[in-house]
Design a protein around this ligand. Structure first.
Ligand SMILES: NC(=O)c1ccc[n+]([C@@H]2O[C@H](COP(=O)([O-])OP(=O)(O)OC[C@H]3O[C@@H](n4cnc5c(N)ncnc54)[C@H](O)[C@@H]3O)[C@@H](O)[C@H]2O)c1
Length: 447
């Protein structure tokens, strides 16, 4: 029986880990305690989890008092490093939510702590575990495309999910690293894992194009204090949603964490439209794009190789109803469904049943590999990841388990992309891993 403590009693801490530890995995795991700086969210967690779990508002006090083998970190991104390093220095292994951290200095301190303590860190790259993404890995591992020459990868976030990053702490780079770290860490990890290579150089462009103050003149700071609730397509009523009310609304007086910040706020500093070019060993070029304001959500990838091209496409959801301007209506699962948005008759389009990976051999023809569509969390990845984490791994032929090196290599692409945008230049990953070269570059650039 392994003892776990969680730091971060927000949405992910509870729904992904805590609830399953006291339920689904109680035969192999014991959740002894949960901590959060917000006492209201600690109390909420204790009500949900029952009397076997203790609550704390201080991480060190939790580790002093509660039996713990493994710490699970589910706080906001920019604080992950603090808890990962402290836990390892106190002799604990760690499971951290993605992104492992948000900048190069924090990344180096995590890698150093792991090296110095001999403890282990797992980063929860749930996307790897989704059967459809695993099928892409299997085909590449078999060498179906020959020598990979280039990769095209695009990710779309819709006006429900994409907009949510502009409402709260994610909207500030100091908290999340921006979407190229917070969100794209998943995508850069997939590319690294699919190719089984580490990235070398990055150049990027990005801008806030849609969620701009000028799009909603007269907006308030947050939805609950705004005069434009009737006309705004992003009006979120926290009080109308029992989960949002219990987790955030009723506890906002403790820490002024407002879950319904205006998506058009002046002080947002993250991009919603980003393009990145990454060079890998063997001169493989990867082009990546992320858009956070489309009517559909999903992704497309293609690998061009010496034997042909492999394509994958997953429509995750689509606002199939025409003119669903009301946010609540648009968020409803009967309106925002997993349908193929390329079909003409969208409103009565069938839900996706199967996904296909297609291989186009260089000199003609096509081979199709079908995978059953999974509607559970993150394409079926969440449950498989948790089974791996909590029930243990006997063998791992696809290399699903991700450690600190994978965590670092995925966030450093985003960190390099942020730096490339700010300084208008190409950034080498190696320089971010090496403190001396990073300092030299900062001095030379006069930053
Ligand atoms: N893998 C995935 O698919 C996935 C999905 C959602 C979220 N996440 C990750 O999970 C983490 C949490 O996200 P969320 O959606 O639950 O956010 P959230 O805002 O609901 O919860 C974050 C919690 O951290 C707490 N917190 C912030 N600073 C703290 C500190 N210094 N000490 C203690 N507690 C602190 C907050 O009070 C809050 O309760 C993030 O890192 C996010 O990237 C991953």
């Amino acid at each position: 029986m392994t003892n776990y403590c969680i730091v971060g009693a927000g949405s992910r801490g509870l729904s992904m880990f805590a609830e399953d530890l006291v339920g689904h995995y109680q035969d192999v795991a014991r959740l002894t305690a949960i901590a959060d700086i917000n006492p209201g969210r600690v109390n909420h967690a204790l009500q949900v989890l029952g009397s076997g779990v203790k609550g704390f508002t201080n991480f060190d006090e939790m580790l002093d008092a509660a039996p713990c083998d493994v710490v699970i970190v589910t706080t906001k991104d920019a604080t992950h490093d603090e808890f990962i390093v402290k836990a390892m220095r106190r002799g604990k292994d760690v499971i951290s939510e993605k992104p492992m951290t948000t900048d190069a200095a924090k990344c180096r301190s995590i890698l150093a702590a792991e090296r110095e303590t001999g403890r282990t860190l797992r980063v929860t790259f749930n996307y790897r575990y989704a059967p459809y993404k695993t099928e892409v890995k299997r085909l590449l591992q078999e060498g179906i495309v020959g020598d990979v020459q280039s990769v095209e990868f695009r990710w779309f976030l819709d006006t429900v999910h994409g907009a949510d990053y502009f409402r709260r702490w994610h909207s500030q780079k100091k908290n999340s690293g921006g979407l190229l770290v917070h969100k794209a860490t998943h995508h850069f990890d997939l590319i690294n894992w699919w190719l089984d290579l580490e990235p070398q150089e990055v150049v990027a462009m990005g801008a806030r194009q849609y969620y701009l103050p000028s799009r909603m003149p007269g907006h308030g700071k947050r939805c609950s204090e705004c005069n434009l609730t009737q006309s705004c397509a992003f009006y979120l009523d926290l009080d109308a949603d029992p989960k949002l009310r219990a987790l955030y609304r009723e506890n906002e007086h403790f820490d002024q964490y407002y879950r319904d910040g205006c998506v058009f706020s002046e002080d947002i500093d993250i991009e919603d439209t980003m393009s990145v070019l990454i060079r890998y060993p063997k001169n493989i070029q990867v082009t990546y794009g992320l858009t956070a304001a489309t009517s559909f959500e999903g992704w497309q990838v293609a690998f061009n190789g010496s034997l042909g091209r492999l394509e994958a496409f997953e429509p995750e959801c689509f606002v199939a109803k025409t003119e669903a301007r009301n946010f609540k209506e648009r968020s409803r699962s009967s309106v925002r469904r997993a349908v193929d948005w390329r079909q003409a008759t969208v409103e009565d389009a069938p839900d996706v049943q199967n996904l296909a990976v297609k291989f186009y051999p260089l000199f003609g023809g096509v081979k199709t590999f079908e995978v059953t569509h999974q509607s559970q969390g993150h394409g079926g990845g969440d449950r498989r990841l948790k089974d791996h984490l909590f029930r243990g791994v006997k063998d791992d032929p696809m290399g699903h388990a991700a450690g600190s090196r994978a965590g670092a290599m995925s966030i450093l692409v985003g960190v390099a992309a942020n730096q490339s945008m700010a300084e208008r230049r190409l950034v080498r990953i190696e320089d971010l891993l090496n403190e001396n070269s990073e300092n030299k570059i900062i001095q030379e650039a006069g930053l």
